[in-house]
Design a protein around this ligand. Structure first.
Ligand code: PMP
Length: 375
């Protein structure tokens, strides 16, 4: 009966406050969130036990793979949509248009469904069918277009812009917006207003250094901006760059932009220009590290074996950078990095012997970790 059921379902009242491992009081106020978007952010900061022991530091990774869309890009997706709403560019039934091949599209798909917008995605037709299928099943209208450079007007980003302009003309009442993640600083603001403050409060202000890779630059620039401000410049911030990205040499040379050449196994990171999200913030960066694909792939396997963390390549590159920064700063320091997404969408490559051989990376996997090469 109802009475019996009620009697057996009893929940302990949540503790109002708890003390976390840094001795910091954490509010445990439990409640509901008013929509899926309320589940974005507030991700755990995970201590990487083995690397912390090895370096004598606190090496901590922000578990962005726990966001509803599975990546750090949910934060930017929510902020660019909220920004368009606040500027009156989107009304219920309106359309979001974006150029993206990856996590931003997935984040936008969740946010748009949750808030009642249509989503149109342009992407280079070199991307896997799996990515196209996933975006379509999340409700997006997807246009794979020829992969041409940014400077070419047929580049997927400019096609997205024109599509939004066209829709806005046809249907001004509902609105349409090209969210433009690379140069829309609402992306960076997501990290100034959420990621940065979360890291600061989760470490109780004991953070000494932050390091992360960039795609749009939103994460690095936004977190750096916040941490520098809140710590009076004390927190050291470092860029972690993959091969084929120009930002490492840009920072090392004090602002000289070279031609992009070569590439990396990492997806979603590496950049050929200084985006608006990075502009005016690059000067705050204390240094940069260039991380090889060999080190990145080894760390994918190490994190799995040592920590049980199933990470994508950009996260693993970040962890390598955090380890190197920890070694440079010496024992006793707290170094934070981003665990941008999980390995789920990349497993057929990262754990495939054939793929590793095709990238000349088979030898980068230490003997004792070979058992993870299962595909
Ligand atoms: N890692 C992954 C897996 C990503 O998809 C992205 C975004 N392209 C990034 C890192 C970089 O984040 P940001 O765009 O904020 O620089």
């Amino acid at each position: 009966t109802q009475a019996v059921r009620q009697a057996t379902v009893s929940y302990a009242a949540p503790a109002a406050e708890q003390v976390n491992q840094y001795g910091i009081k954490v509010s445990q106020a439990q409640g509901t969130v008013d929509a899926l978007t309320g589940a974005i952010g507030n991700t755990p900061l995970i201590k990487l036990q083995r690397l912390s022991r090895e370096t004598g530091c606190n090496v901590l990774g922000k578990a962005e793979f726990q966001n509803p869309g599975g990546s750090v890009k949910d934060r930017a997706a929510l902020f660019v949509v909220k920004d368009a709403e606040e500027r009156g560019l989107l009304k219920p039934g309106g359309t979001v248009v974006e150029g993206t091949a990856g996590n931003t599209g997935i984040g936008l798909a969740h946010v748009c469904r949750s808030r009642g917008y249509r989503l149109v995605i342009y992407m280079p037709n070199t991307q896997s069918q799996g990515k196209v299928d996933l975006l379509r099943l999340l409700g997006a209208e997807v246009y794979p277009v020829p992969a041409v450079a940014w400077e070419n007007p047929e580049n997927y980003n400019w096609q997205a812009k024109r599509h939004a302009d066209r829709l806005l003309k046809e249907d001004p009442e509902h609105g349409a917006v090209w969210t433009n993640q690379f140069d829309n600083v609402a992306n960076r603001r997501a990290h100034v207003e959420t990621t940065g403050p979360e890291i600061w409060s989760q470490t109780g202000g004991t953070i000494d250094a932050f390091t992360c890779a960039t795609g749009t630059g939103g994460t690095l620039a936004g977190v750096t901006r916040y941490l520098k401000d809140v710590s009076n410049g004390k927190v050291k911030c470092f860029l972690a760059d993959p091969p084929g990205s120009v930002l490492h040499s840009y920072i090392q040379s004090g602002g000289k932009l070279k031609e992009r050449e070569g590439g990396s196994i990492t997806e979603g990171i590496g950049q050929g220009r200084v985006t608006d999200n990075l502009k005016n913030e690059v000067g705050e960066i204390d240094g940069s590290l260039n991380i090889s694909d060999e080190k990145t792939i080894e760390m994918v396997y190490r994190c799995l074996d040592e920590e049980g963390l199933y990470l994508g390549a950009s996260s693993s590159l970040n962890v390598v950078a955090a380890k190197e920064v920890a070694e440079k700063l010496g024992p006793g320091n707290t170094v934070v990095t981003m665990l941008c997404d999980g390995a789920y969408r990349y497993a057929d490559r990262l754990f495939s012997g054939k793929w590793l051989e095709s990238k000349n990376l088979r030898a980068a996997i230490p003997k004792h970790l070979e058992r993870y090469i299962v595909l």
